[in-house]
Design a protein around this ligand. Structure first.
Ligand SMILES: NC(=O)CC[C@H](N)C(=O)O
Length: 211
């Protein structure tokens, strides 16, 4: 198995290092034709507008869309999640091109600016059931996006509580977002839809390899 890591910008080195740790061959992907030599792909975190500009410059979008459509496994982390989403809000003026394929709406920089980056324990029962280990995963959120809604074919793998002021100032209050058991609100931060996996956080920056 050869895993490609989109290496235009962002945390691609960190993903390659984890793959190495797992004994999996990871290769950097910068050109469309390199996608033909990999079985699956990781789209790393970084800055999605910059990454999209670089992908556009290298004419990568058609090949990336084709890769997703072919049903090959693709995992997007953070900016990579934004790439995979069918719909995005909170974009810079003029928006940005998306690969799409993942039936969800993602909100860029949902939790605020860079200094509002944080770590949080996430409840991950599905991951624990499939991969073993504790039912908790330490999520590293760096100027992270959040998923505001998902289509019926999307499996939610992790949520995070959102404070009521954040909730009131976001698009969420309009969308009847799910309430958690403590009557707080939550947003989605990890999903799976068939061959696509997406996380708003950065598992490659932790020692927990389950994702
Ligand atoms: N860590 C990340 O990938 C952050 C994503 C970034 N805020 C963006 O919108 O592209």
């Amino acid at each position: 198995m050869v895993v490609g890591v989109l290496a235009l910008q962002g945390s691609f080195n960190e993903h390659i290092a984890v793959l190495k740790r797992l004994g999996v061959k990871g290769v950097e992907v910068r050109k469309a034709e390199q996608l033909q030599n990999v079985n699956s792909l990781i789209i790393p975190g970084g800055e999605s507008t910059t990454m999209a500009k670089l992908a556009e410059y290298h004419n990568l979008f058609p090949a990336l869309r084709e890769f997703v459509k072919m049903g090959k496994p693709v995992w997007g982390t953070c900016a990579g999640l934004i790439f995979l989403a069918d719909r995005a809000t909170g974009q810079k003026t003029g928006g940005q091109e998306l690969v799409g394929g993942l039936d969800c709406t993602v909100h860029r920089n949902f939790f605020g600016s860079q200094i509002q980056s944080f770590e949080a324990d996430l409840s991950v029962p599905d991951i624990a059931a499939k991969e073993g280990g504790p039912p908790i995963f330490r999520g590293v959120f760096i100027r992270a996006p959040a998923i505001l809604d998902v289509g019926p074919g999307v499996e939610v793998l992790a949520n995070i509580p959102v404070s009521s002021d954040k909730y009131a100032s976001s698009d969420l209050s309009l969308q009847g977002q799910k309430e958690n058991s403590d009557s707080g609100k939550e947003v989605i931060v990890a999903v799976r839809q068939g061959n696509l996996l997406a996380t708003a956080f950065h598992p490659e920056l932790t020692a927990d390899n389950r994702w």
